[in-house]
Design a protein around this ligand. Structure first.
Ligand SMILES: Cc1cc2nc3c(=O)[nH]c(=O)nc-3n(C[C@H](O)[C@H](O)[C@H](O)COP(=O)(O)OP(=O)(O)OC[C@H]3O[C@@H](n4cnc5c(N)ncnc54)[C@H](O)[C@@H]3O)c2cc1C
Length: 392
């Protein structure tokens, strides 16, 4: 793991203080009002978080993935929706700095680091989530522009953001289909991009996830990341960071649930003593804390692999799978420890319980993670797929 600098430590501490003093007191209110947290987003800009992993040369903080994961965990201890404001933005910034050309880096990254340009991610479509190669949004080249037609689903930050990392087919007939996929940086402004609706959600409130229709929407060829037909591989590399971030989110939500449950167990009395004195509750607390610690170590392991520049789909997949599953378990246990009050909107635990399932679904469902992990294990063991075996 990259050693943590004084700067990193101070920043993590600064984010923790921000969460304790400014986020926790208002999170439940904003959540239940489903209100975009503009004041908190402005504070995150001041803290430099929109440039967290953007290189210093482009105005960012140049944090390692390891430190970024710590920050995501801290934010999610307060309110998971806040990290949602950052994550697709930084994932798209990652693809620009890794696969973009110098002109694109100069044009996008400093403004993204300042939070002036804000990126949403447009991959999923109504009929294509896990099976992302089947997207139907088409970008047809006309001179120095691509003309985009199609509809994206679940695009988080689509309304409040200024641009999309937009995944399109430039060759819909390509076989295999991923070879026809290209990543475009689509900035709002021209006619032809409509936020059709915000999808109503179980949790993850305050930050919007929207359906976006593109109709003859022009994107300059100069905004194509890398080469035509290579977009899918850029997106998959970006999703490795995305999965570390989702896993870190899960650790943060689970940690919040645990802390609330521990505190409540020392305050609530039944049968003449605090409930933390009942062994049944102690066993729950022990299991919760142990699972969280294990998940945290998996996140750090995956982040460190990415920081070393290694392909880390296996590590990121394991961290995402484990952390999201235990987050759901821990959130439920926290609710049980709160008894009836855990079911009330007056306590935070019901929010953790509603937020937790997103980590099981987002950035590749846990069923898909298991497939990714198994394939990674087989590959590292030297297994070569026979030619006649096809994906189902
Ligand atoms: C709140 C929220 C925010 C989101 N934000 C974004 C965003 O910003 N940008 C974006 O592009 N997308 C976003 N998504 C979309 C998300 O990434 C997809 O929902 C997810 O990838 C799953 O796709 P799907 O919903 O189409 O499910 P499907 O792919 O239809 O899967 C349905 C079920 O089948 C299972 N399944 C599918 N294929 C297989 C297989 N081969 N083997 C075994 N099981 C399988 C899945 O695991 C799942 O259980 C968001 C989703 C949510 C809920």
């Amino acid at each position: 793991m990259a050693p943590e600098s004084d700067f990193d430590r101070d920043l993590i501490e600064g984010v923790r203080t921000f969460v304790e003093k400014e986020v926790k007191p208002v999170a439940n209110e904003l959540e239940h009002a489903n209100e975009y947290p503009q004041a908190l987003v402005d504070r995150m800009k001041e803290l430099g978080l929109f440039g967290a992993t953007i290189p210093e040369a482009y105005g960012g903080l140049a944090l390692s993935v390891s430190t970024y994961a710590r920050i995501v965990e801290e934010l999610c201890r307060g309110w998971m929706s806040l990290s949602g404001v950052l994550n697709t933005h930084l994932m798209i910034a990652y693809t620009i700095r890794t696969y973009g050309n110098e002109e694109q880096k100069q044009r996008f990254l400093p403004a993204m680091a300042r939070g002036e340009k804000r990126a949403a991610f447009g991959l999923t479509e109504a009929h294509a989530g896990s099976d992302a190669q089947r997207i139907r949004t088409v970008a047809k080249r006309q001179g120095d522009q691509y003309i985009v037609n199609g509809t994206k689903m679940w695009s988080t930050n689509a309304r409040t953001g200024t641009m999309f990392g937009l995944v399109c087919k430039t060759d819909p007939t390509a076989n295999p289909p991923h070879k026809g996929i290209t990543l475009l940086l689509a900035e709002k402004g021209a006619p032809g991009c409509t936020i059709s609706r915000d999808l109503p959600k179980l949790g993850y409130k305050g930050v919007e996830s929207a359906e976006v229709a593109f109709e003859d929407f022009p994107v300059p060829v100069a905004n194509r990341v890398g080469n035509e037909g290579e977009g899918f591989q850029y997106v998959m590399a970006g999703l490795e960071v995305g999965r570390v971030n989702i896993a870190a989110r899960a650790v943060g939500v689970a940690q919040a649930a645990f802390e609330d449950a521990l505190k409540y167990s020392t305050e609530r009395e039944t049968f003449g003593k605090p409930i933390c004195e009942h062994q049944a509750i102690q066993l729950k607390l022990a299991d919760m804390a142990t699972k969280i610690e294990a998940a945290r170590l998996l996140v750090r392991n995956a982040a460190a692999a990415k920081d070393r520049g290694e392909r880390s789909d296996l590590e990121a997949g394991m961290a995402k799978l484990f952390a999201s599953e235990i987050c759901q378990e821990v959130a439920l246990e926290a609710m049980r420890i709160h008894g009836g009050y855990g079911y009330s909107q007056e306590f935070n635990v019901e929010r953790y319980y509603r937020d937790a399932p997103l980590m099981i679904i987002g950035e590749g469902t846990n069923e898909i993670q298991r497939i990714v992990i198994a394939r990674g294990l087989l590959k590292r063991a030297g297994y070569v797929r026979p030619k006649h075996v096809r994906d189902d």
